[in-house]
Design a protein around this ligand. Structure first.
Ligand SMILES: [Mn+2]
Length: 325
């Protein structure tokens, strides 16, 4: 039995910062939200190619709880089409704050939209799989309550959108007790153990143990911020045989490049989205020309030397980076 696991598609997301204008402006009509929709379609095409038995999305389907109509419609069409081929499970994340049943009022037989803790049995071609699904919970008691409902009856796998003790984003390791929504092995006491946890929320790809159970984060399907550009974008493919295994598959999106000097231009390839940082004002016009010549375009206001970086700004950046998860 084979599953495709994707997460944090953030459909409808625009990139922070207004696109620049003039030379090195984005192509006419370009929108980062189209990139997010394309990434979803790439992942669903891989599900077809690998002929998986089911698709599981572990949350943050949309970037905002009320997504723009255009992107809502595109997502609904893609998910409904995928669910005609195989069961598709979508779980709400912290960004899907109002719940997905309101956002995606789709009545497609094999599209399982999960807004509440649910013990879900998927009947697949090659057998059954029991999923304990716990959408994002704002605090630990809420998560524990969700676990009792979803995992209490027993499950093969768990699906959730939560920060687990020990997960890492740049500059921060999540710890139980340090954030009110971070959970740990103790929260599973007295409950059946799933073989593995398919997790969303944390954008850098990683695996952490939780009481001996692997918590697998394929990472966001497409970057929502420049600072994440070093992390791979993609999905996990699960094989459920005598033992449960997964592998990560990269599905790289548009290249993201930060340009601070002439040396960085080499990384600007056709279609690259570029942030210009801390460049001297006298150098800026020629850099913008060079970026445009290489087929790249700039998002955000180019920052010249000395215009911004301060300890206050970096503290705020860090807060923003946490908010963006
Ligand atoms: Mn997210």
């Amino acid at each position: 039995m084979r599953l495709l696991h994707l997460t944090d598609t953030h459909l409808g997301a625009r990139f922070s910062g207004r696109p620049t204008t003039g030379v090195a402006a984005p192509p006419r009509g370009w929108s980062r939200a189209q990139d997010h929709q394309d990434a979803l379609d790439r992942a669903l095409a891989l599900a077809d190619e690998l002929d998986v038995d089911a698709v599981v999305h572990s949350g943050d389907v949309f970037d905002r709880s009320k997504p723009p109509w255009r992107w809502l419609k595109a997502a609904a069409e893609s998910l409904a089409r995928a669910a005609r081929e195989r069961p598709v499970v979508v779980l709400s994340g912290n960004h899907d704050r109002l719940g997905l049943t309101r956002t995606l009022p789709l009545h497609v037989p094999d599209l399982h939209i999960v807004d509440r803790p649910t013990n879900l049995t998927l009947r697949l071609r090659s057998g059954e799989v029991r999923l304990a699904c716990v959408p994002y919970r704002r605090n630990v008691p809420g998560f524990r309550h969700g676990l009792e409902q979803a995992l209490g009856p027993g499950a093969d796998l768990m699906v959730c959108h939560q920060a687990f003790d020990g997960v890492v984003v740049p500059g921060l390791t999540f710890r139980v007790g340090a954030q009110r929504d971070t959970v740990g092995a103790g929260d599973f006491d007295g409950l059946p153990r799933p073989d593995a946890i398919l997790c969303g929320h944390i954008h850098p790809r990683q695996v952490v143990p939780c009481g001996g159970v692997p918590v697998v984060h394929p990472g966001c399907l497409l970057h929502t911020a420049m600072r994440d550009r070093a992390f791979p974008e993609g999905v996990a493919v699960w094989e459920l045989e005598a033992r449960v295994r997964w592998r990560f598959v990269d599905l790289p999106g548009r290249p993201l490049v930060e340009v601070r000097s002439v040396e960085d231009l080499v990384a600007v390839t056709d279609g690259a989205m570029v942030a210009v940082r801390d460049v001297g004002a006298e150098l800026l016009p020629s850099l913008l020309d060079a970026i445009a010549e290489r087929g790249g375009f700039v998002v955000g206001q180019p920052r010249s030397t000395g215009t911004r970086v301060s300890s206050v700004a970096s503290a705020r950046d860090q807060q923003l980076s946490m908010f963006a998860l």
